[in-house]
Ligand binder design. Structure first.
Ligand SMILES: NC(=O)C1=CN([C@@H]2O[C@H](COP(=O)(O)OP(=O)(O)OC[C@H]3O[C@@H](n4cnc5c(N)ncnc54)[C@H](OP(=O)(O)O)[C@@H]3O)[C@@H](O)[C@H]2O)C=CC1
Ligand SMILES: CC(=O)N[C@@H](CCC(=O)OP(=O)(O)O)C(=O)O
Length: 314
C-alpha cells in the first residue's frame, strides 16, 4: 500500500526530536523530508538513533517545501516562522495536510484546534490543524469536566521543564539561571492564558514558571464552583469524563511530574475541595509529548485516517 509521505519542518528541535522516532515507526507513513539549516547534510540517525537509515537533514526554504510531493507537513518551527511556509504551500496549490505546532494558528478560524479529547470529529476532516500549547493542553484537559460549573476564573500555577523554552538559548533554558532556582515569567497575558480562555470561552489566570529539570509540566489549578463538590464527586466527574480516553489517567492521589515525563499521558488528580465550593486539582504531562509531539501524531493520524495512536505507543 502507498505510504503517506510526511515532511517535518524544524526537525532539529526538541519537538522534532520526539516526532522523528514516532514517524519512523509509523506503518502507514514515510518520513520523506526533514529540515534543519544548522544540520543540513548530516544523517538524521547521527542525531536521532531511531531515524530512518539514509535520511538526511536538508536546509529547506518555504518554496522548497512547497515543491515537495507530500501528503502532510508538520511545522515544528518557532512562533512566527511557519506562516511563510504555509503561504508558499498555498501558492503552490499542493494542499498537503498541515499541522502547526506553534502558537500562530490557534486563534485562526480556518485552522482546526487539535485537542483530540475535545474535538476528535472535527480533526478527522481537517486539512489544517493548530496543535495546542503544552501548558494549555494540561489546563484544558483538567478543566473540561468542570467547565460548566465554574463560578470564577480558575487560577493556574504551572511549572515546566526547561525544554519548554526550545533550543534557542534564553534565560528560561540557561542552566546558570536555573541552578537551584525556579523562574517565574509571563505572570499575566501568557499566550496559554489567552489560548485556554479562548478555547474554553471562560477566563483563566495562568502563572508559568520554569524549573531546572528538562521535561515535564505540573499544573496546580484552583477554582470556585457554582455548587460545592466533595473530592470523591470531583474525582468521579473527571474519571467518567475520560473513561474512554487512552492517554488520560485520573487518580485520587496527587500526580507527580517526574511520573509524567517520557510518557504520552496527561495525569489528573489530587482533588481537594472546601464546603464553600473551592476545587483544587493537579495535572501533569510531558511538554514534549502530549504537550506537543504525541498530540501532533494523534492529529496527523486522525486527519489521515489512521488509528489515532499509530506510531505513538510502541
Ligand atoms: N518545547 C516545547 O515544550 C513545546 C514547543 N511548542 C512549539 O513547537 C515549536 C517548536 O518548538 P521546539 O521544538 O521546542 O523549538 P526548537 O527551538 O527546539 O526548534 C526549532 C526548530 O526550528 C528550526 N528553525 C528555527 N528558525 C527557523 C527558520 N527561520 N527557518 C527554518 N527553520 C527554523 C530549527 O532548526 P534550524 O535552526 O537548524 O533550521 C529547529 O529545528 C515552537 O513553535 C514551540 O513554541 C509547542 C508545545 C511544546
Ligand atoms: C518554559 C517555556 O518557555 N515554555 C514555553 C511553552 C512553549 C509552548 O508550549 O509553545 P507555544 O509557544 O507554541 O505555545 C512558553 O512558556 O512559551
Amino acid at each position: 500500500m502507498h505510504k503517506k509521505r510526511v515532511g517535518l519542518i524544524g526537525a532539529r528541535g526538541h519537538t522534532g526530536a520526539q516526532l522523528i522516532p514516532m514517524l519512523a515507526r509509523h506503518t502507514g507513513v514515510e518520513l520523506a523530508s526533514v529540515s534543519s539549516r544548522e544540520l543540513a547534510g548530516e544523517a538524521v540517525s547521527d542525531h536521532i538513533p531511531d531515524a530512518p537509515a539514509g535520511l538526511r537533514f536538508e536546509a529547506l526554504a518555504p518554496e522548497d517545501v512547497a515543491a515537495l510531493d507530500l501528503d502532510a507537513v508538520v511545522l515544528a518551527l518557532p512562533n512566527g516562522v511557519a506562516s511563510r511556509f504555509v503561504e508558499a504551500i498555498d501558492s503552490a496549490g499542493t494542499q498537503p495536510i498541515m499541522i502547526d505546532l506553534s502558537a500562530d494558528r490557534r486563534f485562526d478560524a480556518d485552522w482546526i484546534y487539535g485537542l483530540p479529547e475535545r474535538n476528535r470529529d472535527a480533526i478527522t476532516t481537517a486539512r489544517r490543524i493548530a496543535n495546542p500549547g503544552c501548558y494549555a493542553t494540561g489546563m484544558q484537559l483538567a478543566l473540561l469536566p468542570f467547565v460548566d460549573r465554574l463560578a470564577s476564573a480558575p487560577s493556574v500555577f504551572g511549572v515546566s521543564g526547561y525544554s519548554g523554552a526550545g533550543t534557542t538559548p534564553s534565560p528560561k533554558n540557561d542552566p546558570e539561571v536555573l541552578r537551584d532556582n525556579i523562574l517565574p515569567y509571563a505572570l499575566t497575558g501568557h499566550i496559554h492564558e489567552r489560548e485556554v480562555s479562548h478555547q474554553l470561552a471562560h477566563p483563566v489566570v495562568f502563572m508559568p514558571h520554569v524549573a531546572p529539570f528538562f521535561r515535564g509540566i505540573t499544573l496546580t489549578i484552583a477554582c470556585e464552583l457554582t455548587r460545592p463538590l466533595s473530592p470523591a464527586e470531583a474525582f468521579d466527574l473527571a474519571r467518567s469524563h475520560y473513561e474512554n480516553e487512552a492517554l488520560i489517567t485520573v487518580s485520587e492521589e496527587i500526580p507527580l511530574v517526574r511520573d509524567a515525563a517520557l510518557t504520552h499521558r496527561v495525569n489528573i488528580g489530587g482533588f481537594a475541595t472546601t464546603s464553600e465550593g473551592r476545587l483544587t486539582l493537579v495535572a501533569t504531562l510531558d511538554n514534549l509529548l502530549k504537550g506537543a509531539a504525541t498530540q501532533a501524531m494523534q492529529n496527523l493520524n486522525l486527519a489521515m485516517g489512521f488509528s489515532e495512536l499509530e506510531g505513538v505507543l510502541q
